[in-house]
Design a binder for this molecule. Structure first.
Ligand SMILES: Nc1nc2c(c(=O)[nH]1)N=C([C@H](O)[C@H](O)COP(=O)(O)OP(=O)(O)OP(=O)(O)O)CN2
Ligand SMILES: [Zn+2]
Length: 135
């Protein structure tokens, strides 16, 4: 029997949607106000879902303290109060939340092993949600 455990985390970060592959005008047309040269910020809410059998001794899919520690070390310490565009992950790709969601999935997929990361879901604003399950 496989169970799913989801825990939510938040971090605040700034970014600017911009690509050197487009002209200034095309960037402005494509990204609108999000192309503002001074950037803007979000309070990102990240949902991490781990899937797996329930351990017969602990009754858990994953120990929450273990999950918290890994997410803090790998994600929150890296991105909270940072400019996403300055992170090497976004040196050659736009800091859209689609890309952020995939990058966070890939980081945590490796870090959580042998536990199995099932899904990352990120709320960028009250209206924008993104999710990735690895394929
Ligand atoms: N496909 C994507 N489109 C957009 C992304 C993205 O990551 N993927 N991101 C943005 C911006 O980062 C932007 O900051 C979103 O904010 P906004 O347009 O203000 O979003 P809302 O409409 O939800 O908020 P309002 O306050 O109602 O304007 C844009 N597009
Ligand atoms: Zn934004």
């Amino acid at each position: 029997m496989i169970a799913y455990f989801t825990r939510a985390y938040t971090f605040s970060a700034s970014h600017r949607l911009h690509t050197d592959a487009l002209s200034s005008g095309a960037n402005r047309t494509t990204y609108g106000k999000c192309n503002n040269p001074y950037g803007h910020g979000h309070n990102y809410r990240v949902e991490v879902t781990v899937a797996g059998p329930i351990d017969s001794e602990t009754g858990m899919v994953i120990n929450m303290a273990t999950l918290d520690s890994i997410v803090r070390t790998k994600i929150l310490d890296r991105f909270d109060h940072m400019n996403l565009n300055l992170d090497p992950l976004f040196a050659s790709q736009v800091s859209t939340t689609e890309n952020l969601t995939i990058e966070i999935f890939n980081i945590l997929f490796d870090a959580l092993k042998p536990a199995r990361l099932h899904r990352i879901r990120i709320e960028e604003t009250e209206n924008n949600f993104f999710e990735y399950t690895g394929s």
